[in-house]
Design a protein around this ligand. Structure first.
Ligand code: AMP
Length: 281
């Protein structure tokens, strides 16, 4: 039976005698097959699985984006029950940011480029809420999607620096058959934007293929992605990046493992995706 809990106290009490290890899957709800795959991996590795559903106001830099974020708790709880989640923690804002709350967790260099540059304050919001979740749940394992590659890096840095005992596990990106990465935001796409959106994955695949064929100029790979995105009039490119996969510093020559990543707008909807190029000496 899946328990639905709302308060910090209830969560702590429920976990006091729960079988270990505990796996944590943080989400903002509107669950899809990407979230399901995280939950399944957690289920396979932990007798107790906690999924949190919390649309975190601190990680939105535009108030409108926060209010428009899709929500359907009943459906999410149903999915969690089907997937065998032990505890759904779906708190009100004041159980996360308790009265007088006055702490911000701010990770340094790794949170500055790419999404950090495009969305000021975003990663402070993410790191702060994840630190609270790690503290409350005390999980041995926490599961995050590689779709948000920089987020995984920011959270790993934070957990390591703050000596938090939760191991951060990255799970592969789940895609639609046409290559579009699943995202709660896809629901906002109009039918014609939805039809155009797979250009994101095509751009990544084209650059990755070029790299595998021996192209080592990061600028050429950026141009390839930009050119592919430009074939789709509905796609407004925010950035394309070829960065060191450890530091996220932009590369000139791809002579090490690299992260191809991009952010593209379709109307008001902003989508991100990435592909890892693994260097084998
Ligand atoms: P969100 O609810 O969007 O905050 O996402 C919750 C978790 O699910 C994050 O760790 C995301 O990286 C992960 N996630 C979102 N979309 C996908 C996807 N398509 N494949 C795998 N993981 C995903």
């Amino acid at each position: 039976m899946t328990q639905i809990l709302r308060t910090r106290a209830e969560l702590r009490a429920a976990l006091a005698n729960a079988p270990r290890p505990v796996g944590l899957v943080p989400t903002m709800g509107w669950l899809h097959a990407g979230h399901r795959s995280l939950i399944r991996q957690a289920r396979g590795e932990n007798p107790t699985v906690v999924a949190s559903i919390f649309v975190n106001p601190r990680q939105f830099n535009r108030a409108e984006d926060f209010t428009k974020y899709p929500r359907n708790e009943d459906r999410d709880v149903q999915i969690c029950a089907t997937e065998g989640v032990t505890i759904v923690w779906a708190p009100p804002v004041e159980e996360v940011y308790v009265p007088g709350f006055d702490t911000t967790v701010s990770v340094g260099a790794i949170s500055r480029p790419l999404e950090g540059a495009a969305r000021p304050g975003h990663f402070d919001g993410v790191a702060t809420v994840v630190a609270i979740l790690f503290g409350l749940v005390g999980a041995e394992h926490a599961y995050f999607g590689q779709k948000d590659a920089q987020q995984v890096m920011v959270i790993r840095r934070m957990a390591s620096d703050l000596a938090l005992p939760t191991e951060v596990i990255a799970c592969p990106t789940v895609r639609e058959p046409d290559g579009l990465a699943l995202s709660s935001r896809n629901v906002h796409l109009t039918p014609s934007e939805r039809a155009a959106a797979p250009v994101i994955h095509r751009a990544l695949l084209e650059a990755a293929a070029q790299w595998r064929m021996g192209e080592r100029s990061a600028e050429v790979l950026r141009e390839t992605m930009g050119r592919m995105l430009a074939t789709e009039p509905k796609a407004l490119t925010e950035y394309v990046s070829v960065a060191d996969s450890l530091t996220l510093a932009e590369l000139e020559h791809v002579d090490r493992s690299a992260l191809l990543s991009l952010a593209v707008r379709f109307g008001p909807t902003r989508l991100i995706d990435n592909e890892l190029l693994e260097w084998r000496a």
